[in-house]
Design a protein around this ligand. Structure first.
Ligand code: PLP
Length: 455
């Protein structure tokens, strides 16, 4: 590749997602990633990086899987595309829906149906229309409020960002979709520091109940949340949180939606994150790990209770050109086969997940580390100014994460910096040696950051 030319053309014509276009110009353009293998990515300038983010929380089976390329190739030769609008369907989405139903109905036998889309954001658009339409068909059209959490991320479409609770996203390109309420997030390190976990959990749940009561229980359609918030900063709720939220939903007859876009397909050591918490959502959104990012595909899992109601409404006038795309579905099926064959869910639960948790414990001794937490193969390191507190660097709040992230990248590790934390989400094929390397590089980068942060 002519990297200099690619950078020049990128700046001239391409607008990358979620980017500061002026900053990209100032730094001479984006890093050009040219290939990847296993858990390692390579740029066109001779650098290799251990991919501590599995791409963007998605490459669960790692890079370089011929099998997935072949699945796409063979399906494209046979039938590259056909739609599901004309009472038509192709074989791969049927098989994929069946496979997803098998996985998501474990412990939740009512979760049997699947609606396909191409991205996590689209999946959440589907979720929003679906649950509101459900209540319309049930002759309760006023039940249209969705309760979400502050700092949640549910995508970047208008519906996705409105469902999400990131105020800096709401501030750009609004107005938002109306009827979405944001409540407290179970972020113990930031919002319940030093509090008894049970008391903190109850306070979060009480906040949801107070909002249900203030908007009116008969106006609330659904509660949505990620089992573990990813982009919010890998917020792992206290163990009692989800069962209490589920009980609240049942108490007021509110639908429970889990956004499994990050947590699905093994990330928390179960096929779906909600299975770790033993709850039974009515609707789930999934994407990313569904195809390990090899082709864009997402899905919404829907319970029979809801589908029975949809059957009373005639056409559900919703869906996309690429809903049930045969090549994407064929790749997703082959991806799930790899996860099954290599036991990646069990390995995450019993081996690599606990290994990551143990490796991160080493960082507890570091003077900048307030907390190092993980569940399965997703984790975060909180950076603080004063050991034993959650105090950030005064005047530099929000900068420690990006600073340490940049140092990690320089040192050969791709991670993300979210405010004053570093987050990681490696491929599920990550080895012990690679986990050790992730932790070593974070430690080294914290050491290098410390004088800069204390200056
Ligand atoms: N939901 C969650 C929890 C996500 O993390 C993301 C993306 O990071 C989305 C939805 C949106 O998915 P996409 O970027 O595929 O639209």
């Amino acid at each position: 590749y002519d990297i200099a030319e690619l950078k020049r053309l990128d700046l001239a014509h391409h607008l990358p997602a979620q980017a500061d276009y002026k900053l990209l110009e100032d730094i001479g353009g984006s890093r050009i990633i040219t290939r990847a293998e296993g858990s390692t990515i390579y740029d066109g300038e001779g650098h290799s990086l251990l991919d501590g983010m599995a791409g963007l929380w998605c490459v669960n089976v790692g890079y370089g899987r011929d099998e997935l390329a072949r699945a796409a190739y063979e399906q494209m030769l046979e039938l590259p595309y056909y739609n599901t609008f004309f009472k038509t369907v192709t074989p791969p989405p049927v098989r994929l829906a069946t496979k997803i139903a098998e996985k998501m109905s474990v412990g939740n036998p009512d979760l049997q149906h699947v609606f396909f889309n191409s991205s996590g954001s689209e999946a959440n658009d589907t979720v929003l229309r679906l649950v509101r339409y459900y209540w319309q068909l049930k002759a309760e059209p006023d039940r249209n409020i969705i309760i979400s959490r502050r700092n949640a991320y549910h995508g970047s479409t208008v519906a996705g960002m409105s469902l999400g609770g990131m105020t800096f996203m709401h501030a750009q390109g609004g107005p938002m979709v109306p009827g979405i309420e944001h409540v407290r997030q179970p972020y113990a390190f930031n919002e319940g520091f030093g509090e008894d976990p049970a008391t903190f959990t109850q306070a979060c749940v009480d906040d949801i109940e107070a909002r249900i009561l203030s908007v009116g229980p008969d106006k609330v359609a659904a509660f949505i949340g990620e089992p573990v918030q990813g982009a919010g900063g890998v917020i792992i709720p206290p163990e009692g949180y989800w069962p209490k939220v589920e009980a609240l939903c049942r108490k007021y007859g509110i639908l429970l939606i889990c956004d499994e876009v990050i947590c699905g397909f093994g990330r928390l050591g179960q096929w779906f994150g909600h299975q770790h918490y033993g709850i039974k959502p009515d609707v789930i959104a999934m994407a990313k790990g569904l195809s390990s990012g090899y082709l864009p595909i997402s899905a919404v899992g829907v319970s029979s209770k809801i589908v029975d109601v949809l059957k009373t409404g005639g056409d559900f006038v919703h869906g996309y050109t690429y809903s049930g795309h045969p090549a994407a579905a064929a790749v997703a099926l082959a991806n799930i086969e790899i996860i099954e064959r290599e036991g990646l869910v069990e390995r995450t639960r019993n081996d690599t997940g606990p290994y990551l948790a143990k490796a991160l414990k080493r960082l507890d001794a570091h003077p900048l580390v307030g907390e190092a937490r993980s569940l399965g193969l997703i984790g975060a390191v909180e950076i603080v100014a004063e050991k034993g507190t959650n105090h950030r660097f005064g005047g530099k709040e929000g900068t420690a994460g990006p600073l340490v992230r940049d140092l990690c990248i320089k040192n050969g590790l791709m991670v993300r910096g979210i405010r004053d934390s570093i987050v990681m989400c490696p491929p599920l094929i990550i080895t012990h040696e690679e986990i050790d390397r992730i932790v070593d590089i974070i430690e080294q980068s914290l050491n290098e950051a410390e004088p800069k942060l204390r200056a």
